[in-house]
Design a protein around this ligand. Structure first.
Ligand code: SAM
Length: 232
């Protein structure tokens, strides 16, 4: 899978792309990541990439010219272009799985007040938000997208079973985990996990998932109930 990042801050990515599973995947060639500095596509001596908004208002806007030229340069026939934006579609596990099907993703990192709408109208296939809050730049969101999508690439995770059991798969949050020792801080591992009865363990985990989802994400729980009622 190829990720092509467009950013004003290429250095932002050096450490994350060398760290953990993402670092290993880059090193082994399971994923390929290119980072392009939008400023390389500016045309003036100051390498300007932002300007004042038409109509007034605070802040600056990323200009269409440098970004459009950068996109023209790196976009291939099969590239899908993602814009990181707080006003985009909320990133969910379903959307992550859809993005993983594309194999060639370009991710545009916004800054300032955002990007000129004409870039969005002309080049953007997905406008994606990673949550209902405002970050100072799209680089944080780009990393979240790359990491979440990469977990679907064969070879990225040594244990692909965890993909099927994690939060959001099946519409529920994940059950709690415990590891050794059995007793710490006066707190014990639930008996059911020590008994070796796989059916009971699986039922307990399902109950815990449902209880947690109901408690912390009533929105997901409601959807889960609706799906159950409709027999999905
Ligand atoms: N003026 C914009 C608004 O109110 O929607 C906020 C711009 S924000 C300060 C700068 C950039 O950070 C955005 O263009 C986008 O690329 C990125 N960004 C901020 N919050 C984000 C979020 N929740 N999800 C994805 N990207 C985000």
């Amino acid at each position: 899978m190829i990720f092509k990042i467009l950013t004003l801050f290429p250095d932002f990515f050096s450490s994350p792309l060398r760290t953990g599973l993402l670092g290993k995947a880059v090193e082994s060639g399971i994923i390929e990541v290119s980072v392009t500095d939008i400023r390389e596509h500016a045309t003036d001596n100051y390498r300007s990439c932002d300007d004042y908004p038409y109509g007034g208002g605070s802040g600056m806007v990323l200009m269409a010219g440098p970004l459009g030229r950068a996109l023209e340069r790196i976009r291939g026939e099969h590239t899908r272009v993602v814009l990181t934006s707080p006003s985009g579609t909320l990133l969910t596990q379903d959307l992550v799985s859809e993005l993983a099907g594309h194999r060639d993703l370009c991710i545009v990192c916004g800054r300032y007040e955002g990007v000129d709408q004409r870039v969005i109208d002309r080049y953007i296939d997905y406008e994606i938000s990673i949550g209902d809050y405002v970050l100072s730049g799209g680089e944080y969101a780009a990393l979240a997208i790359i990491d979440a999508v990469s977990r679907y690439i064969p070879g990225f995770m040594s244990n692909r079973e965890s993909l099927a059991e994690e939060s959001f798969v099946g519409g529920l949050l994940e059950y709690p985990h415990y590891t050794r020792p059995e007793d710490i801080f006066g707190m014990k591992v639930p008996d059911v996990l020590l008994g070796g009865n796989h059916k009971k363990i699986s039922e307990w985990r399902q109950d815990e998932s449902i209880e947690k989802t109901k408690r912390v994400r009533p929105d997901l729980y409601k959807k889960y109930l609706l799906r159950k009622i409709s027999g999905e």
